[in-house]
Design a binder for this molecule. Structure first.
Ligand SMILES: *Cc1c(COP(=O)(O)O)cnc(C)c1O
Length: 391
């Protein structure tokens, strides 16, 4: 008999009842170090006191009003994002894949309004992940995500990751945009080198193509800059954001330049929940904390410490791990053993990691992790690796 919850997930036998900073507490009382953050969502840790305060204050006043009315919390969050980034304008969603939907619509509408309605193709890359909506799975294109779901949204051109010549060859007069994650998350923590991102920007400029960056996982301070593309010095035309921006409250956004957003006039897009007062009050607090040089300086300092210790861990377990990769607090351990075996051994050692593609385990700790917790994480990962080596 089918379970009452649609069985689309394979779940670990863990049942958490409370979160405190970097810690998750199991129903049986065990304390787990959380290096997954609900997949880069709890960027400021669990039950962060400042966020609890903001959420409860807003909850006592107003949870939801329609976008038929003015929403000052949404205005504040949009202003903060526009101040801190390349963007001139922001639309709020509830998730990353909804941000993908709008990014695709925005790029196509842009060309439609420029009297080039055939310019609908969006170039995407192997190993990418843009969510599970029809546009999201069509954009990523992998068989794993698309098989059995009928005709896919047309117009996506899938290329190998890192094949520069293929990109040039794929551009035609119908190319509307290139969509890419600056650091692939689900695909196995693969950072795009800065010079590649610059190259993509140049290519887009040369052909008048829009550059869409998916920073749903790598954004919001995860790599040590507010957004990962800042490391390369370039800016996108359109950017997708979600995960960390709500700190655990469902919230996403599409950021865009005035030019890229010029087709999106009143009535062309909307969302019932998107940008409601509760979500945006929390989001504005999250952005105010993360978009701060002192905070990001600490993220970079701790990321360097974690990275150095992980290099030691990998060197100590050459049969289990191959290498460390990633950027800031978005780290992948490329495994020699089966990645899921290490994740499971981590559960036994009370440390949480997340599997990713390419036989990688992902570490996406809260950005607020302490030095002592980094030390304790390494101890527990060492126990897990020893257990796998002994299997
Ligand atoms: C998680 C993720 C998404 C999808 O976000 P949802 O909120 O799950 O819809 C899209 N892009 C990237 C890069 C992601 O990591």
């Amino acid at each position: 008999m089918i379970s009452s919850v649609l069985p689309t997930y394979s779940r670990a036998p863990l049942h958490f009842v409370k979160g405190e900073g970097t810690w998750l507490i199991e129903a049986d009382g065990r304390r787990f170090l959380d290096l997954g953050s609900g997949i880069a969502v709890n960027a400021l840790g669990h039950a962060n006191p400042e966020l609890v305060e903001t959420l409860t204050q807003q909850a006592q006043n107003l949870w939801h009003v329609s976008n038929l009315y003015q929403i000052p919390q949404q205005q504040e969050l949009a202003d903060r994002l526009v101040d801190a980034t390349f963007a001139d304008t922001v639309f709020f969603t509830n998730s990353g894949t909804e941000a993908c939907e709008l990014a695709v619509k925005m790029a196509r509408k842009y060309w439609y309004e420029k009297q080039q309605p055939d310019r609908v193709e969006i170039i995407t890359f192997d190993g990418s992940f843009h969510g599970r909506s029809s546009a999201g799975i069509a954009a990523a294109g992998s068989e794993k995500m698309t098989k059995g779901f009928g005709p896919l949204l047309p117009g996506f051109v899938h290329l190998a990751w890192g094949d520069h010549d293929a990109i040039k060859a794929a551009i035609t007069e119908n190319t509307a945009a290139i969509m890419i994650e600056p650091v692939q998350g689900e695909g196995g923590i693969r950072p795009l080198p800065d010079h590649c991102l610059k190259g993509l920007r140049d290519l887009c400029d040369a052909h008048g193509i829009l550059l869409i960056l998916d920073e749903v996982q790598c954004g919001m301070g995860r790599t040590g800059k507010l957004f990962a593309h800042e490391w390369s010095g370039i800016t996108p035309d359109i950017m997708m954001v979600a995960k960390g921006i709500g700190g655990g409250f469902p919230l996403g956004a599409v950021l865009a330049t005035e030019n890229a957003a010029s087709g999106m006039t009143a009535g062309t897009h909307g969302s019932t929940y998107g940008g409601n007062p509760l979500a945006c009050a929390v989001g504005a607090k999250v952005v105010s904390i993360i978009a701060d040089d002192t905070f990001l300086g600490e993220v970079n300092r701790k990321a360097a410490l974690l990275r150095q210790k992980l290099e030691g861990l990998v060197a100590a377990h050459p049969d289990v791990f191959e290498s460390v990769r990633g950027s800031g607090m978005m780290i992948g351990l490329k495994c020699k053993a089966v990645n899921m075996d290490i994740v499971n051994a981590g559960y036994a050692a009370q440390v949480i990691t997340v599997p990713a593609g390419d036989n990688v385990i992902r570490l996406l700790p809260p950005l607020t992790i302490t030095d002592a917790e980094i030390g304790e994480s390494i101890k527990r990962l060492d126990i897990a690796a020893s257990a796998v080596a002994a299997q």
